[in-house]
Design a protein around this ligand. Sequence first.
Ligand code: ARG
Ligand code: ASP
Length: 720
Amino acid sequence: MYKHLKKILLSGFLFIATLVHAGDGMWLPQLLAQLNEKEMKSMGMKISAADIYNINKGSLKDAIVSFGGFCTGEIISSKGLILTNHHCGFSSIQNHSTIDHNYIRDGFWSRNEAEEMPNKGLFVTFIVRIEDVSKAVLSGVTSSMSEKERQSTIDKNIAAVQKNTKQEDYQKNFVRAFFNGNQYFLFVTETYNDIRLVGAPPSSIGNFGKDTDNWIWPRHTGDFSMFRIYAGKDNKPADYSPDNVPYTPKKYLSISLDGVAKNDFTMVFGFPGRTNEYLYSEAVRQIVEINDPVRIQIRDKALAVIDAFMRKDEKIKIQYASKFAGISNAWKKWQGEVLGLTKTKAVAKKQAYEAEFQKRVDNNPTWKKAYGSLLNELAAAYEQFGPVSRSRDVFLEVYSKIELFAIVAQINNLIKAEGQQNFDATLEKVKEKLQDIYKDYNAEVDEKLFATLMEFYYEDQKDQGLPKELTDFVTSKDQNFAAIAAHIYKTTTLDQEDVTLNALNDDPNGFLEKFKNDNLFDLYKALINNYVANIAPTYNTADDRIQELQRTYMKAQMEVFKEKKFYPDANSTMRVTYGKVNGYEPKDAVWYEISTHLSGVMEKYKPGDYEFDVPEKLRELYKNKDYGPYGENGKMPVCFIGTNHTTGGNSGSPALDAYGNLIGLNFDRAWEGTMSDINYDPSICRNIMVDIRYVLFLVDKFAGATRLIDEMKLVHPKKH
Ligand code: ARG
Ligand code: ASP
């Protein structure tokens, strides 16, 4: 290992490259004044950090919400109108869709507030304030504690912090770890639960280019949808009620009609989910060579099965659209990630960085004592981690794609609740969950998934030790997985919604008694038990060890590389990232421009195609160049790119100009740079945004929803 390091150390230029990251970083809004304001202003920002985050008066942060916990949204009117992505609102759009009212295909536009549609389970969360509570949370924690002791002290401290936090009775709070547990922040929040669907374009606009174009620049997708927050009459959070009223926000975003130019300052404000920028080199190597490839391989198979059915059957297409998009989204991202990490030599860069780290540590007696063997320990820990994390990935990827297992898991919950006080409540919950699953379930698709994926699982894992129930069963059927699946799906009735739900209504206990002797249940238990007994514990031990070492390594990096400005990895908390509108060179001799236009939509147009069809109305607007005030020099801008450092969860985040006006809606990253979660590289990492003028054009000219335009505040910052 170290021989290797020395060689790389000689090529010191690699190390320098990691220090001159410009544009990377997901910063905490309350620390901008201290850490970033100066740089942001030097890059062109015209407002101050206090305009972005201020707890004493309305600031930009009050216009940004976590949308359902998985995306970001922003408020764009005084009546609580929210803008987010089409793919963020998709499950709501899908839930309201039927063959007769196909809002996925045709879009949906409410004509008045009464037509705005409620969405059970959907919520948005505001951040009221953020506080550093590291001292209180880490009080009493010592380095001699075991991980378990440490965690229990921290849990106790967190509970005390949460309890002592001053807040209104309708507010909540949570504490989250940063820098791998070296710092802790408290977030006081307000959550609204009555969120209604206001409008969405047809998928042929909102998801134009679908999976072929996903993660790709140049892009031509109008990836937006609109919702509205409803509140009680006192403007406070309230459960859904027809009496609720549109929410009056503390702050909403003004919208710029002036567009973007190369090198314009931009910032993106939202809730990025997860990044891993400070990993040890071997972790990155494993992602590139082990984890990503096997997950891609399994998803190749799952996608091929689902795709074949979706192309044949309109009902299956609606039922599986969301699942397909979800599976394919990460599948494609991992492929870009592997390419990008390989191309930018991420592992070698990390190794050079580690060599420099080791050199500095070795030259400082205090550090040497504390961190001298850290890298060796990380190497040893990853050696343990590699194989078991692969087995875990294989199990979880396969298990989670076969929905019959999800159905059995629900029945199993009920079996576990038998004889308990909460049985009736569990029964109700299980019935609800099952209805959710069955709504978009097709037994034929699932059977084929079972045959294909279980065969992979069996072949791949048979040398790792598989449960006897599985091997016996497979051998008894001559390892013919189509026959195995056929047998299982023919003998079980669990793939039939009415049979299962009737049984659960009429005689739940009788049904459970019978199910306990079912072959399917035996197989399910064998698979789960194998995972719980043989994979999870080894994985958890290895993972705990890595967490512990990574916490120390993070702390050490911050001490040893004092000249570097560190930002915490994304953890679904509110962040600001900033950069510039700029193109990039994806490969030799090719330059990608900053923006796309409606003419490009027409270049991609394939009549009747599943991914590239264009609605007639849009073609007509294009033909007549009927762009209203939203076009620019006779062209209609569609998307643009910038150097903002974003990740999953940033979808729906506003892109703001130097004054804090809305100029775009973040929804994706460019293929060459999806490795930004692990190794941000300013030369090729770009986020993709819908130009806000395209959104306005679609709402106004395409949908005719002028009542919504009337609510918004449109401005001309560049014309002053
Ligand atoms: N890649 C983007 C993100 O990770 C957009 C996904 C939605 N679009 C799609 N075609 N599946 O969420
Ligand atoms: N499309 C992602 C999202 O849904 C954003 C990204 O990964 O760049 O959050």
